[in-house]
Design a protein around this ligand. Structure first.
Ligand SMILES: Nc1nc2c(c(=O)[nH]1)N[C@H]1C(S)=C(S)[C@@H](COP(=O)(O)O)O[C@H]1N2
Ligand SMILES: [Mo]
Length: 318
């Protein structure tokens, strides 16, 4: 499966030689490269601590019209095993987690690699708000106004090579800061993966906020993946590593239970989880939103994404 090379802004085109040269002039060497050296970007974005305001306009074309769940729902009913296995645990157990400063390491099949400060990663990106439904494999759903940026905007800057067929994401592994990691409920650290064309799809989003504020810890601060046509478990939180690979990476739930969780995890009302139906979903929230609704193929995004899987047996590739 091939993905189309993303459009690269002229400001981001810097030949590798020029790039290395500039690093030498600055006396920094190539290893500790900062992303700022990749292009001349005029503005600096900083990520405020949880609750801080993030200015971002809504991308209406890529948002659903459903009324969002309340901030209270979104931040008190969570799945985040690093901070406990009950839905109410993360809000309490992640309260004192300090996500900033944060470093993301880029490696594998890419021309530009290294460890980057989150601030440097965010600098040239334009934040926007998108309202997406989060559909969990446990058959509940929520509608969330996310603030963030398309994953493609980030990936294109690292220039993945032709060998890069997949992207693997890894969550922070630090049992001192993530108490749930002291229990072997999962094989830590949490890992996830996307096929390159999925990762480059315009719907695929990295969230750094909800409701126009920096991401609360329980929702994956400081940055997490959101793939709206897939089950919620693909939305890996607190990402510290992005690696481009030739081989399909395994994800944490697949490692824990390959009979119940696959690599693709596309929302599919016709393929039941072995222990419960996926035909309907329960809307989390107050009386206005509550109740069961029919689950839509690809979580309602079939028109945009079904073609990525043409010719694939989605009962086998679940
Ligand atoms: N690192 C990590 N990421 C994770 C999880 C987790 O346990 N650890 N749970 C996943 C699951 S199963 C779901 S449904 C979503 C929930 O996201 P939310 O709490 O922001 O609603 O996070 C996903 N990302
Ligand atoms: Mo989930």
């Amino acid at each position: 499966m091939k993905y189309r090379t993303p459009r690269i802004l002229p400001s981001e085109i810097t030949s590798r030689d020029l790039f290395l040269n500039r690093r030498q002039i600055l006396g920094l060497g190539a290893a500790g490269a900062t992303l700022g050296a990749l292009g001349a970007h005029a503005f600096a974005a900083t990520l405020p601590a949880a609750g801080g305001k993030l200015g971002a306009a809504r991308n209406a074309a890529l948002s659903i019209k459903d009324a969002p769940n309340s901030f209270e729902d979104i931040t008190s009913y969570n799945n985040y095993y690093e901070f406990g296995t009950d839905k109410s645990d993360p809000a309490v157990q992640a309260r004192d987690f300090k996500p900033l400063p944060w470093t993301v390491t880029i490696d594998g099949e890419a021309e530009v690699k290294g460890s980057f400060n989150l601030e440097d990663i965010l600098k040239p990106l334009t934040l926007e708000e998108r309202v997406y439904r989060l559909r969990c494999v446990e058959a509940w759903s929520m509608v969330i106004p996310w603030t963030g940026f398309p994953l493609a905007d980030l990936i294109s800057r690292f220039k993945p090579t032709s060998k890069a067929k997949y992207v693997e994401f890894t969550t922070l592994n630090d049992p001192r800061r993530m108490p749930g990691q002291r229990y072997r409920v999962l094989d830590w650290p949490y890992v996830e993966g996307l096929r390159m064309d999925e990762a480059m799809h315009p719907l695929t989003f990295i969230a750094v906020g909800v409701y126009g504020q920096s991401l609360p810890n329980q929702n994956g601060a400081p940055l997490r993946l959101v793939t709206p046509w897939k089950y919620g478990f693909k939305g890996i939180k607190a990402i510290v590593r992005i690696r481009f690979t030739e081989l399909q990476p395994k994800n944490s739930w697949q490692i824990a239970n390959p009979g119940e969780y696959g690599f693709y995890a596309n929302v599919n009302p016709k393929v039941d989880h072995p222990r419960w139906s996926q035909a309907t979903e329960r809307r989390i929230g107050g009386s206005l939103l509550a109740g069961r609704a029919a689950t839509l193929p690809f979580n309602g995004y079939a028109e945009q994404v079904a073609s990525l899987y043409s010719g694939m047996d989605l009962r086998r590739n679940f």
